[in-house]
Ligand binder design. Sequence first.
Ligand code: AR6
Length: 177
Amino acid sequence: MLSLKVGESVLELVQGDITMQDTDAIVNAANKELAPGGGVSGAIHRAAGPKLWEETGKIGGCATGEAKITYGYNLKARYVIHTVGPVYSGSPEDARLLRSCYLESLKLAAVHDVRSIAFPAISTGIFGYPVEEAANIALAAVRDFLLENNNISLVRFVLFGDRDFDAFRRALAGLRS
Ligand code: AR6
């Protein structure tokens, strides 16, 4: 586990499974339909149980770069925040949309009195975002938010494999300097 104090808050990196987190909210790297799908989204829906899809199915989808909130059902987390990352295309728009996913998720969390939140590495799996680039964007977005807002005390990145953890570790070192 690695951590960095940002303002009054803590930014943490851990390697593990986001479905097991006991933060107030976990974030889902969702698709526009908010359907279960594969990757981290499939894992979150399996762990939360069928009531999650009952709720997300009624929302009417989510645009890329935006976020929606539901309950967590069988998860330890009270809420799931669903955000849709960009499918990587190599255009400058990708970075703007990925940053927006983190900022919109954090804003929605703050509105719902979430004090602790766990993120996966959005867009870096099926959506093909190079993890080194994505890690820099993710950590900068969270740092910028935490410097302006005191209501969220813990932001934890839960990285699934060695490759993602290493990329985020390097990005965190860059953020410190
Ligand atoms: N805990 C933490 N991270 C995980 C877990 C887990 N249990 N499982 C996978 N990851 P992806 P995307 C990591 O593909 O690229 C879905 O089908 C994974 O190793 O889940 O945003 C949706 O429905 C990777 O680093 O999300 C969308 O259609 C990261 O989570 C599409 O995939 C994100 O990988 C979204 O693609």
